[in-house]
Ligand binder design. Structure first.
Ligand code: ARG
Length: 592
């Protein structure tokens, strides 16, 4: 039993013995004692005053006396107003450390075949351009959530919906046909997603020229945009695609494959993956069928121009288009089909969509539509909505000058890690290959931690310099702490089992108590869908270890048993740090 449960039970016993009160232990929640007071855990006695009929101080003192006499774990207590601060005996903490050190997979709960199944969708790119900084935040959040839910004992399916069809990819295809001269990723040495992205940009450039020309001839902007020859051609291409035209399909397949090869590289480097990838081209017809079915049932209505709509005004929303007048499907249509297929493929208990907050409305509508279509799970969809991320003004614009490319960003992080390591003259004695790997781990660690340590709902600025500062609340700070411990353990040269009979000092107890908090931190993170809770926990642990290490020596400790206990504590801190950041998709270097 964990110490907070032990104290809760003992307190419940005390209330019964002292006042005849029946207060269940589950209602009593000891909290970590605030730094400025003596003690490890604190119980607030205000809820017990009715039972005791006494002042807060007197009640706390009576309960404290009872605990000190009857609960072996309690060494002493002090009272500050209505707060009963309890010092748990060092021997008890020594036992806690021994238990943690001996628990494989400490803090993580394994799923069973009966565990609820959570599907988490993230990434979900369009195939007309490479991944950017926003996708990076998305991928990291989704992957981290998946790891956290797994650690909480859920079965998890990581999924992705690739929006691989539609007008956007037709624009890239058309531009490539017109101006590409048969270029390929091989012939240019460009990643396929970047190549296609460049043609998308090229389309836009020519298209804007056409629009400007038409407007100069007196057309309104809307008319010019709709009537520009390039747009008409792209639409025609989409129509041919939907009709299954072999030539268009062939080109589409080839170009999408270039993009997927590019995405795969980016995903691999970022360290994220998927269990099952859905493609819009394989789901949109399902969606269309569902919409037509809904139309027949009278759930939706058709306008004169032939388009199909849902009236959501009774739910406080507006009218939503589901099929265009030419019968082609819209973004919403494919989401209906995709959801249906997913629930067909998996016994999903919870569906989480990691998608930016600019689509809040979309998911509100999707949930309603699915519910109306009779999917009983429609109401319970979870949209994990997150805010925008930008770079500080002026830093690292992408080739387009607007968005920050994911690959460029990772390159830049790597380069910064390298420059810093050169400056510190570190890692010089490592073989080049290992050194490269460590630098990549640092660069990515900085990126991941910085993006995940904050509230996902908030817009944020990613500051590369700040993210990689070894002394800040950063990934590299955690990595450095880990590498430092690993170095101590290498020098100590032996595997350490915590010796019995060595009582930890106050700073050590603080660390052990933090270690003991890890499982509940993981549970809270899962409950709140919050990688930030894990990040903050890891930071606290690393910070406290560094303070401890500053005050006490480990390797130079003369007393063998104390030294062994400290080594065991250090090893356990390193283990828990590594496990914690693994929930953020981060890795730890053995040296740094
Ligand atoms: N591909 C879409 C975009 O880039 C995001 C898809 C989000 N997921 C979903 N199920 N609608 O905006």
């Amino acid at each position: 039993m964990t110490i907070d449960k032990i104290l809760a039970q003992a307190t419940a016993d005390a209330l019964k013995a002292l006042y005849g009160a029946d207060i269940p232990a589950e209602k009593i929640n000891p909290q970590t004692t605030r730094k400025e007071f003596e003690g490890n855990l604190t119980i607030m006695v205000f809820p017990f005053l009715k039972a005791s009929g006494k002042a807060p101080e007197a009640t706390a003192a009576e309960i404290g006396d009872y605990l000190a006499a009857n609960c072996a774990a309690v060494e002493k207590y002090n009272v500050v107003k209505g707060f009963l601060n309890i010092s748990v005996s060092p021997d008890f903490w020594a036992g806690v450390l021994a238990d943690i050190a001996a628990t494989p997979d400490y803090g993580f709960t394994a799923a069973t075949p009966d565990s609820p199944l959570v599907m988490i969708e993230y990434s979900s790119p369009n195939t007309n351009k490479p991944l950017h900084l926003g996708h990076v935040r998305n991928n990291l959040l989704g992957f981290s959530l998946a790891r956290i839910m797994q650690a909480c004992g859920y079965r998890v399916v990581k999924t992705n919906i690739v929006n691989d069809r539609g007008i956007h990819i037709c624009k890239s295809m058309l531009a490539w046909q017109k101006w590409g001269n048969g270029e390929t990723p091989e012939s240019t040495g460009k990643k396929g997603d970047h190549l296609i992205g460049d043609y998308y940009v090229l389309f836009d450039k020519h298209y804007r020229g056409e629009v400007a020309e038409l407007m100069a001839k007196g057309l309104s902007e809307d008319d010019a945009k709709a009537q520009a020859p390039l747009m008409l051609e792209a639409r025609e291409m989409l129509r041919r695609w939907e009709a299954g035209d072999p030539e268009v399909r062939q080109l589409w397949q080839t170009m999408n494959q270039w993009v997927y090869d590019g995405f795969d590289q980016t995903y691999r480097r970022l360290g994220v993956d998927f269990d099952k990838i859905y493609y819009e081209s394989q789901t949109y017809l399902e969606g269309k069928a569902k919409v037509l079915e809904g139309l027949e049932k009278g759930l939706f209505y058709r306008k004169d121009d032939g388009s199909v709509w849902a009236d959501l005004t009774d739910a406080g929303l507006d009218h939503k288009i589901l099929l265009r007048s030419d019968g082609t499907s819209v973004y919403m249509t494919q989401d209906i089909g995709t959801a249906k297929l997913r629930y067909q493929d998996y016994p999903i208990d919870r569906m989480i969509y990691v998608v930016g907050n600019e689509q809040n409305y979309h998911f509100q509508v999707l949930s309603l539509l699915l519910d109306r279509l009779g999917f009983k799970w429609g109401k319970d969809l979870i949209h994990f909505s997150y805010g925008m991320v930008e770079l500080p003004e002026g830093k690292m614009k992408s080739r387009e000058g607007t968005v920050v490319d994911a690959d460029d960003l990772m390159d830049a992080m790597n380069a910064t890690a390298r420059a810093m390591s050169d400056e510190r003259n570190a890692l010089a004695d490592l073989p080049a290959e290992e050194r490269d790997q460590v630098l990549e781990t640092i660069g990515l660690g900085a990126l991941k931690y910085f993006l995940l340590k904050v509230d996902p709902r908030k817009n944020m600025v990613f500051d590369p310099k700040e993210s990689i500062d070894f002394n800040g609340n950063t990934g590299p700070f955690l990595q450095y702490t880990y590498a430092r411990i690993r170095s101590i353990l290498r020098k100590a040269g032996q595997e350490t089992v915590p010796p019995a009979g060595v009582a930890p000092n106050d700073k050590e107890i603080t660390l052990i108590q933090l270690l003991a908090d890890f499982p509940s931190t993981v549970a809270d993170a899962g409950h709140n869908y919050s990688p930030a809770l894990v990040a903050n926990y890891a930071y606290e642990l690393a910070k406290n270890f560094n303070q401890y290490y500053h005050d006490y020596s480990i390797l130079r400790e003369q007393d063998d048993a104390t030294r062994a206990m400290r080594l065991s504590l250090a090893r356990t801190v390193a283990d828990v740090l590594r496990r914690a950041v693994s929930l953020l998709g981060m890795e730890m270097p053995e040296r740094m």
